[in-house]
Write a protein that binds this ligand. Structure first.
Ligand SMILES: [Zn+2]
Length: 210
């Protein structure tokens, strides 16, 4: 037993990287799951599969290596007094649900009301990606995106709406295809001012959201 006397590090940012299994352990784990599925990992068609799965994981879960707050650090202040809604609509993303590790495929709409500072619009898409490429639940991801923008950019308001299909629901379990889940998080003026919220929802153009 390894008893560590030093205080354990904060778990908020995820597990200590020294706990990360080796690549070879990950390859072996995929082989185990292939056998669990009832197949033979040593047959020709499956020989390269563990390697492909592990490389896919690097992509699907690359968000753990991105600090979302850092993405938003670089801002621009010469905005000529622009103080209307900035909206990036229809940001496609792929995430994975933390309960089944099944894909969540959807679109995010991210808006904020600047307070003298704006951020490059590609950064809003990168924030979505940083949180999507982790194990997620949609409600949490929606809140995380809004909170990051709110804390780093300190705008007058933030609004995030996410619509997504959950393959754990469409391909298994209740097997309901074509169902999407809609979540939203409104902060600042988008929460307190009904006309700002209405303007945002009209721009997003989603009748399913309130
Ligand atoms: Zn699920």
């Amino acid at each position: 037993m390894n008893t560590n006397p030093s205080p354990s590090p904060s778990t908020e940012t995820g597990p200590d990287s020294s706990d990360k299994p080796t690549r070879d352990e990950a390859l072996q784990a995929v082989k185990t799951l292939l056998r669990w599925a009832g197949d033979d990992p040593d047959r020709e068609g499956l020989l390269a599969t563990p390697d492909r799965v592990v490389r896919s994981y690097d992509e699907f879960f690359g968000g753990y290596d991105v600090d979302p707050d850092e993405v938003l650090q670089r801002t621009f202040e010469e905005v000529e007094g622009y103080d209307e809604i900035v909206l990036l609509r229809d940001i496609d993303f792929v995430s994975h649900c933390e309960h089944h590790m099944a894909p969540i495929i959807g679109r995010a709409h991210v808006a904020y009301m600047p307070d003298n500072r704006v951020v490059g619009i590609s950064k809003l898409a990168r924030i979505v990606e940083a949180y999507a490429r982790r194990l997620q639940i949609q409600e949490k991801m929606t809140a995380q995106i809004a909170n990051s923008i709110n804390e780093v950019l300190k705008p007058k308001g933030v609004a995030v709406v996410i619509e997504a299909a959950h393959q754990c629901m469409t391909t298994r379990g209740v097997n309901k295809t074509g169902v999407t889940m809609v979540t939203s998080r409104m902060l600042g003026l988008f929460r307190s001012n009904a006309s700002t919220r209405r303007e945002f929802l009209a721009l997003v153009g989603s009748p399913q959201t309130r």
